[in-house]
Design a protein around this ligand. Structure first.
Ligand SMILES: [Zn+2]
Ligand SMILES: [Zn+2]
Ligand SMILES: [Zn+2]
Ligand SMILES: [Zn+2]
Length: 132
């Protein structure tokens, strides 16, 4: 019980940290994801037996926006099995935020259903204009 969870050396009088039900030398408590040292006082959150530093904890619990790759801290919008900032999930045609009613194009772009038909129309018109 009083062996370091990392190096398995017995912890004597030296200061140690308790995390995940084990004792750790202060410099041996490391984040399982980024391997950074977890300092005393920093929140370390054991999750399913994994010890995480504060930053990795934020990374693993906060959803990431599919559009810009940033973490979503406030409102999020769920669509296409991903999470988005409401401002990042926008129509590729008119650049306005998408609501529930949208089409996904074969190239993964999302557009309003109205914009979709405009786009289809434009494609048809262009085909007619361009000589074969
Ligand atoms: Zn140790
Ligand atoms: Zn980390
Ligand atoms: Zn975003
Ligand atoms: Zn649109």
């Amino acid at each position: 019980m009083n062996e370091c969870g990392y190096c398995c050396v017995k912890i004597g009088e030296e200061p140690a940290l308790l995390a995940n039900g084990k004792m750790w030398h202060i410099h041996h408590l490391m984040c399982d994801i980024c391997n950074c040292r977890i300092n005393d006082g920093e929140r370390c959150v054991p999750q399913n037996g994994i010890i995480l530093c504060q930053q990795c904890h934020i990374k693993t619990t906060r959803p990431v926006c599919k559009g810009c790759g940033d973490f979503i801290t406030s409102n999020l919008c769920e669509a296409l099995n991903s999470t988005w900032h409401p401002t990042c999930f926008q129509c590729s045609v008119c650049q306005k935020p998408l609501e529930q009613n949208f089409y996904q194009l074969p190239n993964k772009m999302c557009v309003h259903s109205d914009c979709y038909w405009q786009l289809q129309l434009r494609i048809v018109v262009c085909k007619d204009i361009i000589p074969q």
